[in-house]
Structure formats: C-alpha cells, structure tokens
Design a protein around this ligand. Sequence first.
Ligand code: AMP
Length: 395
Amino acid sequence: MKKLSLRNLDLKDKRLFLRVDFNVPLKDGKVQDDSRIRASLPSIQYALEHGARLILASHLGRPKGAQDEKYSLQPVARHLRTLLPLAEIRFADDCVGADAEQRVRHLPPGQTVLLENLRFHAEEEKNEETFSRKLASLADLYANDAFGAAHRAHASTVGIVKVLGTGAAGFLMEKEIDYLSRALENPEEPVTVILGGAKVDEKIEVIENFLNIAQNILVGGAMAYTFLEAESRPIGKSRLEEDKVARAKNLIQQAAARQVHLMLPADHVVAAEHKVNAPWRVETRIPDDMMGLDIGPITIQRYCDVIRASKTVIWNGPMGVFEMESFARGTLAIAHAVAQVRGLTIVGGGDSVAALSIAGVQNRIDHVSTGGGASLEFLAGKKLPGVEALTDAVQ
Ligand code: AMP
C-alpha cells in the first residue's frame, strides 16, 4: 500500500514535524560520516522551498533516557548549517518543553529548528502517550524520513502520528520502501541474496522469506559456520551460534526441497586467532585449532559468478572480518561483483556499505539503504511500525 507523501502536504506557513535519522557517528564534536544527514536533504529542501516552518527531530546513540552531552545533536546542527548555508538553522536544547515551544512559535516560514536528541527522554522509546502529545503539540503536520528507525514503535515514529491523525512519508522513506519492495514484489530473475556478518538471528528470517523469491542465497561471514555445522562439516574454532544450528539445518532442507540454490563457503581463510597480524592460510577443511575468518578464493569465484549472472541482487553483511586487511578480500570481491551486475542492486548494513566505499563502487549500486536493521526486517517480510503508522495514499 502506497503511503501519503510529503509531496501531498500543503506546507505553506505550517509547522512540519519531520522525523529524520541523524544518528551519525561523532568524534571530538564533529560529524564523522554525514551520509544519513545528506540522505534527508531532499525532504528538508523541499519543505523549506514550500514555505514550511520546519521542525527536525532525531535520536542519536543510546543515551538511556537522560540528558547526556555526549549524545547532543548540537554538532549535527553545526554540520547541517554547512550543508545548507542559505537556511537559518536554530537549535532547541530539548525536544519538548518551553524552549522548544518558544523556538517553534517564533519560527518564520522557510526556516528550521533542530530539536535536541529525542532519546534524552525515556518516554520516546516507550512510545508514551503524554510524551507523544507534547511532541505533537509543536506541529501541524508530520512526515517521517527516518527509515532507519522505522522498525521501532516509538513516540516520534508512531505515537505522534496517532495524535496528529495524519502522517506522510518523506522522500528518503519513500525511496527506501520503493526499492526494497521492488526486491520483494516480482523482482527480475535470477534473484540472488547475499548474507554475511556475525549475527545469524536477524538474517535467518530474510533467508526464510527469500526461499519463496530467490533462486540463489549465498551465505558468508561468521554466520556461515552455523550453517556448515548443520551440515556436519568441520568448522574448528570458528564462531558458532549453537542454538541456531537446528534452524539452519531446516533452512538447508527447505531450500533443497524448493530448488533454491543455498550456497555455503567451500574454502576459507583460516587463522589460529581473530587478530590483525595473525598468520593465515587457505583451507577447504578447517583444522580443529583454526577458525574461518574470510571466504577463500574458490568460494569468491563461485559467488561472484552467480552474482554477475543475476538480475536482482540484495546484499547485507560482510563475508569475513573485513576490518582486518588479511580477511577483507572476500567482502571486497563481493562489492566489486555486485557493482558489475546488470540489474537491480540493493545493499544494506553498515559494514557492507563501508566495504562498497573502500572498494570505491558506492555510486554503481542502485540503492544503498540507510537503515541496516530496518531493511533486514523489511526484507524478512515484516511490517515496520513506523511505516504502518503513516497514512495510506488515496489510490
Ligand atoms: P553483523 O553485525 O552481524 O553484520 O556482523 C558484522 C561483523 O561480523 C563484522 O564486524 C565482522 O568482522 C564480523 N565477521 C564476519 N565474518 C566473520 C568471521 N568469519 N568470524 C568472526 N567474525 C566475523
């Protein structure tokens, strides 16, 4: 179901509450990576050009429901001023209360106030009604551009929409939903899903959902060892999630029954320790005293051949400990192969996105998702509360 769009709102002179995802890494009071901020600039610029009195609100980090200087959005306000030199961007020391109310009251059309971190109030994550009402009292209209927070039912993503009665999708939110939906609804075949990283849990549901959609599911990273264990293959000291082995086994059987090509690594870069300069070698059989830290050259070749022959590719999670040069080859090779695909390519998750940028191929991917957890839940076929809360578009 399509959602009401920011484009459908009559913004002139109205107070627009735009929930954004400015949860960016900070160091010494400076923004380290501003891609999430830049991703919302189209919505921000549109709102300002159409005469909205713009209220921006976001969370940053995990301040545990209390004021904490370390998680202040002040550095983000300073950074935003450099990205939008012509706009006046004010800052409110709290997201609710007298200061925020006064700043919004005196905000002229075409200007912006960024509210302080929503998570300085524990009520935000509890989706508490009184707090939602306080946030709603600041605004006439609501739009959500924070796809990365859409898998959470919080006051600023769900509660406030209930109070205001209407909620629109910002342009980034629309773009995320549009691309991820294309991967789920009649994607061009062959469809290949590549999953890696450490945590099995959040990705196993994506595999389940794609058993109905994909022709190929390529598994790498630490999660592959739980699958190899399920096949009784030797995994040595590799990272294993013992309690997920039965589920992995079941998935392997289901994939075989449906003729989905679920591929596991055939060779590995192994080392005795998970350490930067640990001596490594390539093995097809992991010795008892070694651990797999990257996919090996045979696996790279097989995976890359499948990827390059695909028409739709979705990738989330590194193939190895790519933060260490010795174990980064698999992940970087996958990044290059995905960039060569002639078809739809979607990449999500902080590590895979970082690998794209190391490989210098970020611009050759159709959609780089800003929301790792949210995109995995979407791809697992779950409904995201922050999306569900928004008003349906009139068809
Ligand atoms: P996740 O957050 O679940 O996507 O996991 C990402 C992390 O998985 C990265 O920090 C990688 O270093 C780590 N990782 C990938 N492959 C392996 C492996 N074979 N052994 C241990 N850690 C791994």
